[in-house]
Design a protein around this ligand. Sequence first.
Ligand code: G3I
Length: 397
Amino acid sequence: MSSKKFITLGAFVSVAAAQSAVWGQCGGIGWTGATTCVAGTTCTYFNDYYSQCIPSTTSAPTSPTTTATTTSSAPIATSTVGLHTLAKSKGKLYFGSATDNPELSDTAYVSILSDNTIFGQITPGNSMKWDATEPSRGTFTFTNGDVIANLAAKNGQLLRGHNCVWHNQLPSWVSSGNFDAPTLTSIVQTHCSTVVGHYKGQVYSWDVVNEPFNDDGTYRTDVFYNTLGTAYIATALQAARAADPDAKLYINDYNIEGPGAKSTAMQTLIKSLKDQGVPIDGVGIQAHLIVGALPGNIQQNIEAFAALGVEVAITELDIRMTLPVTDALLAQQKKDYQTVISACQNVAACVGITIWDYTDKYSWVPSTFSGQGAACPWDANLLKKPAYDGIVAGFGA
Ligand code: G3I
C-alpha cells in the first residue's frame, strides 16, 4: 500500500530563498529550493517534477512551475530493502544504475548512487564513449571515465564499460574519415584495445558493440558496417578480449526485449560469432520501455539468448510515460517494472539489471521524447516512486 505526499506548490514558492544557478533546479512538485533564476537564465518547465534554469539564449522559455498554484499528490514507494542487497539475495550479481559526470556535483544524488545496498553496479552514461575517449585520432582522454571508475571502486560497486563501437557519439574524424577497410579495422582495434586496456581489471563487462541492428533485424548502415561489413564486430570483440581477458564482452541493443526480427537477428549473430570462435560472453538488453506497452514474452526471449550459452543483462532499463504523471500511470509503471525484473529473475543466466539513471532528475528521456518522461524509479526530488516497489516485487520479495 503506497503512502501519499501532498504538496501545495503555492506554499513553497513563498518560502523559496536566493536564486538558482545556471542549470540548477528552480521548480517542480516537491521542490523547496529557489524558484527564480540568476540573471541571464530562465526557469524552464520540463515536467511537473522538474524545472531548470536554462541560459536565456539557449531556448525559448515555457511556463515555469513557479506559476502553478494547484495542489498535487503522488504516491511514493513503501519498500525499504536495498535493491542490490535484494538482487544478491535472489542469486543475481547486481542491481545498478547509469550515471554521468555532470550529476556528480549533486551531493544528495551521489549519496543515493553510492549506497551499495541499493546499487551494486554503475555504468557511465557517456564518459567512456568514443567521442569522450578518442576525440581525435590517437589522442585518448580518460578523465571523466576515470571519475566514474574510481567512484565505483570507492563504493565497492561493479563497473560496466559502455561502449567501444557505436554509430552515435562518434567523432566525425571516424564517421567522415573515408578510411579504407584496413585502416578502419586498425582504428577499431586501436580504439577498443586502448579503452578496454585502460580499464583492465576494473570492468565487470563491456558493451563492446552497441546497437548494431536496425529494428527490422538488418544491420545498421553506419561507417563500420558500410566499410567493413559485419567483420568490425569480431574485430572489436577480439581487441577487447586481448586488452582485458577477464572482462565479459557484450553486444548491447534496444528493442530486443521481446521476440521479433531484431531479437532473432541478435541471436543469429551470437550463434555465428560462437561458431567462428569469436569471443562473446553476453547480450545486453537495453530495455528503454513505455508504460503500458511492454513487449510480451520477455522471459521467453531472455531464455532464448541464454540457450545460446551467453549471459544476459538488462542494461539500460527505464519505462517512460506520456506526461503529466498520474497515479494510474505510476501504478502501471510499477507493474511494468515488476514484469521486467521478474523476467530476469526467473532466468539464471540473466545476471543483473541496470537502470538508465535512477532519478527523473537526470533521465535522458524528456530531452529525446517530447512530452514524455518520469521513466525512472526515483522522481526528480529523489523520492522513490511506486516503481521501486514494483522492482522489489519483481525479485520475488
Ligand atoms: O557533451 C556535450 C556538451 O559539450 C554540450 O554542451 C551539451 C549541449 O547539449 O551536449 C553534450 O552532449 C550531450 C551528451 O549526452 C553528454 O551530456 C548530447 O547533447 C546528448 O545528446 C547526449 O545524450 C546521451 C545519449 O545517449 C546520446 O545518444 C545521453 O546522455 C545518454 O544517456 C544516452 O545513452 C544511450 C546509450 O548510450 C545507448 N542506448 C540508448 C541510451 C539513451 O539514448
